[in-house]
Design a protein around this ligand. Structure first.
Ligand code: HEM
Ligand code: HEM
Length: 224
């Protein structure tokens, strides 16, 4: 936390930004395709994508650049409350990276993505009873609720700090002093993540589109 700087400096590396926007896009896609039989392949594909991206984000939280690390933004509820209280004061606390309340939301989002994806997979593979389908639906909707809170918090925080946080997640630049800047954007890794996801989509979609549907295959077998 520090007083308001006037400079802008690089804060979010490219892997963090690419992962974020791929997660947001995949969530939107997974949510609108859920429950639609014709779009099941896309639903599964985007669900797996979210699982992969969340797994990468956890690794990046341990070895990524300064503000991407859990150590930078994971704080206890006391710090989160102190931050939230300061928002009502004349001098709201400002963080160059994630604020402590946002940090808790990030943990909730990543945890829910993993639980939702895992329950969807277990239901699809029939690894548990019907309750798994219900659990998957509930988790999907809890995730949606947290995402809506996340977006409202981003809007509120942007207004309060007079800084467009969504644009910062695109450009990587936020208000900060030169000493706060990260030194490398890790561009190559960001591009590798983007290409890996696009490659996965292309191969998964073509494979599934060409594969006989489970019930068609069974029908064929019964006909024989
Ligand atoms: C993490 C991202 C995911 C989200 C947000 C999500 C969300 C949802 C939601 C809200 C439903 C309920 C649809 C309804 O009301 O009937 C649903 C259904 C379902 N999901 Fe997911 N899901 C995700 C990942 C997955 C994955 C990875 C799989 C399996 C590979 C999967 C398999 C299913 C299946 C089999 C159903 C029920 C059948 C269907 O309606 O298509 N989901 N999902
Ligand atoms: C249009 C929708 C969205 C917008 C505008 C948005 C915007 C943002 C912004 C501005 C941040 C950085 C907050 C800060 O400065 O501390 C952020 C972080 C984050 N958002 Fe979103 N978000 C959106 C949707 C989503 C969705 C759908 C998910 C997940 C399902 C998500 C997951 C995350 C995560 C995990 C972070 C932490 C970023 C990191 O350090 O890796 N966001 N979001």
């Amino acid at each position: 936390m520090q007083s308001r700087p006037t400079n802008t400096v690089l804060v979010w590396d490219l892997p963090t930004r690419i992962t974020h926007w791929l997660l947001a896009l995949s969530f939107l896609g997974a949510y609108v395709t859920s429950g639609e039989d014709d779009w099941q392949t896309v639903h599964f594909m985007l669900g797996y994508t979210m699982l992969g991206l969340a797994a990468f984000r956890i690794i990046w939280g341990l070895m990524g650049s300064r503000y991407a690390r859990f150590g930078d933004f994971v704080a206890g509820p006391a710090k989160a409350l102190s931050y939230l209280r300061s928002l009502h004061s004349s001098q709201p606390q400002h963080y160059v990276g994630h604020n402590p309340a946002g940090g808790l939301a990030i943990l909730a989002l990543l945890g829910l993505i993993i639980l939702t994806g895992a329950s969807g997979f277990m239901h699809y593979k029939e690894l548990a009873g019907e309750w798994m389908e219900e659990l998957h639906q509930v988790l999907g909707n809890v995730l949606l609720t947290v995402v809506i809170i996340h977006i409202l918090a981003v809007i509120a925080s942007s207004r309060l700090h007079k800084e467009n946080l969504a644009r910062a997640m695109v450009t990587g630049y936020k208000q900060g002093e030169q000493k706060d800047a990260i030194t490398a954007a890790s561009k190559a890794l960001g591009i590798v993540i983007l290409l890996a996801v696009l490659g996965f989509w292309a191969s998964y979609y073509t494979q599934e589109a060409n594969a006989p549907k489970h019930h068609d295959a069974k029908q064929q077998h019964d006909d024989d």
